[in-house]
Design a protein around this ligand. Structure first.
Ligand code: NOJ
Length: 589
C-alpha cells in the first residue's frame, strides 16, 4: 500500500526537479549575488579605493589618437600596482560624442573607437583577476537625440515612443523658461516636425528621458541587468537628480541659482524610482550604486543613501569641488568646514565619496595643491594623504596619482567641450568681461582634466603613436609615470603607500572623525578613532613652515606616513614644526 503510493510520486520526481531547476534559472540573475553587505556595516565599496578612467585619454593602442580598452588591458598591472580596488570608467557606448559619450545612442553597443564587446570582456576579466571591481557609468537622465527612442519619439505625436521624452505642444504657447546647463538658449528646443518643444537639461542633442513613464524605467533596468550579467559590479548614476522633475515649473526665482537642483530636480518621486531600481537590479544582482549629486539638503542626501530605505549605497556632492572655481583659490577654513560638515551629516548613517577632481573639473593639483615645481610633490602628496584619510570612499581621477596639472588654453579656439563653448556664448551675449571670463575658463574648464595620461617622456607622453584627440600637456617630459615609478619619494609612490595604509588601518575607513584645532590657519589636523585604533592626521596646507601644539606627538615607532624624511618635534613645549605641505599620520594610545 505504502509502496504503491510512493512509486508514482517517485516517477514524477525527476520532472518536478527539472521544473524547479528551470524555474530557478528563469528567476535568478545569472550573476550570483555576492555576500550580502550590511549597508550600515562593513562593505567592499566602503573599504575600496576607486580610480576613475576617462577612456578617451588613458592609453591608445591602435594609433587613432583615442584611448581604448586594449590600452587599459595593457595597463592592468599598473592599476594593480596602485593598490586601487575599483575602477569607474566614463561612458564608452555608441554615441555621436557631442558630450564625449554622455549622449548615448545605444546603451548596449560599444563605440568602436574603444574596441569591441570581446575587448570589454577581456578588460573586465583582467580587472576581476586582480581583485578590481568595475563601475559602469549609466547615463539615463537623457539619451542622445540619435538614439532610436528619440528618432521614433519625434517622428509623430502618436508614436509609441512619444512619451519616452518630455514634449510641450506648441499650441499651448511657449513653455515656461527653463535653464539648461549647457545651452545658453534654455532647456526647451522647438522641433518643427511635430510642432512641439522637447526638454534638454544639458545640450540640445541630449533630450531628457521621461522617467514618469514606467516603460522608460523598465528599459533602464533592463540595460543595467544586461551589464550586470556581463559582470560589472556597480553603477554610477549620471545626473540622476534630474531624472524626476516637474516640467511645468517656471524659471527659478532670481538669487536661487544655488538651489538649482531643488527647483529643477529631486522631486519626491525620485525616491520611488530608486526603490524600484534597488528591488529590480541592485539587490538581486548584488551590485552597488553611487549617484552623481546628493540633493540640495542633508535630508536629501540621507534619504538617498539611508540603508533602511533601500535606494542607493553612496552619493557624491559638489560642495567641496565648488570651493575653488577661480584662480584666487580657496580658503583653508572653508575647506575644513565643508568636509567636516559633510562628515558630521553622515557620522551615524549613510556613506559618501571623497574626491577633489574628476572629468568635470580642472586638475586637483592646480585647484587644491600647488603646481609650482618647487611644491608640486609635497603638496600633491598632502592632498592624496587627505583624500585617503577621510571617512567615505576615495575617488581618484586618473593622473592625480602622478600630479598631472592643468593645461594652458588661453583662447577659445582650442576648446572642444560643449560645456565650455556654451558658457562662452552665454558670457558673450550677456556682455561679460571676456578677458576675465577666459582667465577663469582657462583655470576652471573641465578640459584641463581630460588631457592624455602622461606615461613617459617619449613623444605624446607614450599615450599614442598617432595624433592625440587632445593636446598632451607639455609638462609630460617631467611629470610622467615612468619618471616616478622607481623613485621612492615620488608622488606616485606616495599614492601607492597611501592605498596600502588605508587598507591596513581600518580606522581610516570606519573610524570617527574629529577636527583638531579648527582655527589653525595653515594646518588641517584631525583624528580618526575606531576599530581599536587612534590615528592623528596632520596636514600643513601652507607653502611655509608652520607649527602646532598637540597632546600627542609622533615618534619613530608610531609614525605611519610622512612625506618628508624627518619630523621636527619639540618635546619640551609639545609642538610639531611642519615643513611646507608636510603630511603626517601617526597612531596614539
Ligand atoms: C554629468 C557628467 O559627469 C558630465 O560629464 C556630463 O556632461 C553631464 N552629466 C551630462 O551627462
Amino acid at each position: 500500500m505504502h509502496n504503491s503510493l510512493f512509486t508514482p510520486m517517485k516517477n514524477l520526481l525527476p520532472i518536478f526537479l527539472a521544473f524547479l531547476f528551470l524555474n530557478l534559472i528563469a528567476c535568478e540573475p545569472k550573476k550570483p549575488a555576492p555576500e550580502k553587505d550590511n549597508l550600515e556595516g562593513k562593505a567592499w565599496w566602503k573599504e575600496g579605493v576607486l580610480y576613475q578612467i576617462y577612456p578617451q585619454s588613458f592609453k591608445d593602442t591602435d594609433g587613432d589618437g583615442y584611448g581604448d580598452f586594449k590600452g587599459v588591458i595593457e595597463k592592468l598591472d599598473y592599476l594593480e600596482s596602485l593598490g586601487i580596488t575599483m575602477v569607474w570608467m566614463n561612458p564608452f557606448f555608441e554615441s555621436p560624442m557631442v558630450d564625449n559619450g554622455y549622449d548615448v545612442s545605444d546603451y548596449r553597443g560599444i563605440n568602436p573607437r574603444y574596441g569591441t564587446m570581446e575587448d570589454f570582456q577581456a578588460m573586465l576579466d583582467g580587472m576581476h583577476a586582480r581583485g578590481i571591481k568595475f563601475v559602469l557609468d549609466v547615463v539615463v537622465n537623457h539619451s542622445s537625440d540619435q538614439h532610436d527612442w528619440f528618432l521614433q519619439s519625434r517622428s509623430s505625436r502618436d508614436n509609441p515612443y512619444r512619451d519616452y521624452y518630455h514634449w510641450w505642444p506648441a499650441e499651448k504657447g511657449t513653455p515656461p523658461y527653463r535653464h539648461s546647463l549647457f545651452d545658453p538658449e534654455g532647456a526647451w528646443e522647438y522641433d518643427s516636425l511635430t510642432n512641439a518643444f522637447y526638454l534638454h537639461t544639458f545640450a540640445e542633442q541630449q533630450p531628457d528621458l521621461n522617467w514618469e513613464n514606467p516603460k522608460v524605467r523598465q528599459e533602464v533596468y533592463d540595460i543595467m541587468k544586461f551589464w550586470a550579467e556581463k559582470g560589472v559590479d556597480g553603477f554610477r548614476m549620471d545626473a540622476f537628480q534630474f531624472a524626476s522633475k516637474d516640467t511645468t515649473w517656471p524659471e527659478f526665482p532670481e538669487g536661487h541659482e544655488k538651489d538649482f537642483i531643488k527647483w529643477y530636480g529631486m522631486r519626491p518621486q525620485l525616491h520611488e524610482y530608486l526603490k524600484e531600481m534597488y528591488a529590480e537590479v541592485i539587490e538581486p544582482y548584488g551590485v552597488f550604486a553611487v549617484a552623481e549629486g546628493a540633493g540640495s539638503t542633508f535630508q536629501d542626501a540621507h534619504d538617498l543613501v539611508d540603508a533602511d530605505r533601500k535606494e542607493l549605497q553612496m552619493a557624491y556632492h559638489f560642495e567641496t569641488v565648488d570651493l575653488s572655481r577661480t584662480p584666487e583659490g580657496y580658503d583653508l577654513a572653508d575647506f575644513k568646514n565643508v568636509f567636516s560638515k559633510w562628515d558630521s551629516a553622515f557620522a551615524e548613517k549613510g556613506w559618501i565619496s571623497i574626491f577633489l577632481s574628476n572629468h568635470d573639473n580642472a586638475r586637483m593639483v592646480n585647484r587644491f595643491a600647488n603646481p609650482d615645481p618647487k611644491f608640486i610633490t609635497p603638496s600633491t602628496q598632502l592632498i592624496n594623504t587627505f583624500l585617503m584619510s577621510m571617512r567615505g570612499t576615495p575617488f581618484t581621477y586618473y593622473g592625480d596619482e602622478i600630479g598631472m596639472t592643468n593645461i594652458d588654453m588661453p583662447t577659445i579656439e582650442e576648446y572642444v567641450d560643449v560645456e565650455a563653448l556654451g558658457k562662452y556664448q552665454a558670457a558673450k551675449s550677456s556682455g561679460q568681461d571676456m578677458e576675465e571670463f577666459m582667465q577663469i575658463l582657462n583655470y576652471n574648464s573641465r578640459e584641463n582634466g581630460r588631457t592624455p595620461m602622461q606615461w613617459d617622456a617619449t613623444l605624446q607622453a607614450g599615450f599614442t603613436t598617432g595624433t592625440p584627440w587632445m593636446r598632451v600637456n607639455p609638462n609630460y617630459t617631467e611629470i610622467n609615470v615612468s619618471a616616478q615609478d622607481q623613485d621612492p619619494t615620488s608622488i606616485l609612490n606616495h599614492f601607492r603607500k597611501m592605498t596600502k595604509v588605508r587598507k591596513e588601518n581600518p580606522a581610516l575607513v570606519y573610524g570617527k572623525y574629529e577636527l583638531v584645532q579648527k582655527e589653525h590657519p595653515d594646518i588641517y589636523a584631525f583624528t580618526r578613532k575606531g576599530e581599536g585604533q587612534n590615528l592623528m592626521v596632520i596636514l600643513n596646507f601652507s607653502k611655509n613652515s608652520s607649527s602646532i601644539k598637540l597632546d600627542q606627538l609622533p615618534t619613530e615607532s608610531n609614525l605611519i606616513i610622512n612625506n618628508y624624511s624627518d619630523v621636527n618635534v619639540n618635546d619640551q613645549d609639545m609642538s610639531l614644526n611642519l615643513k611646507p605641505y608636510q603630511a603626517l599620520i601617526f597612531s596614539f594610545d
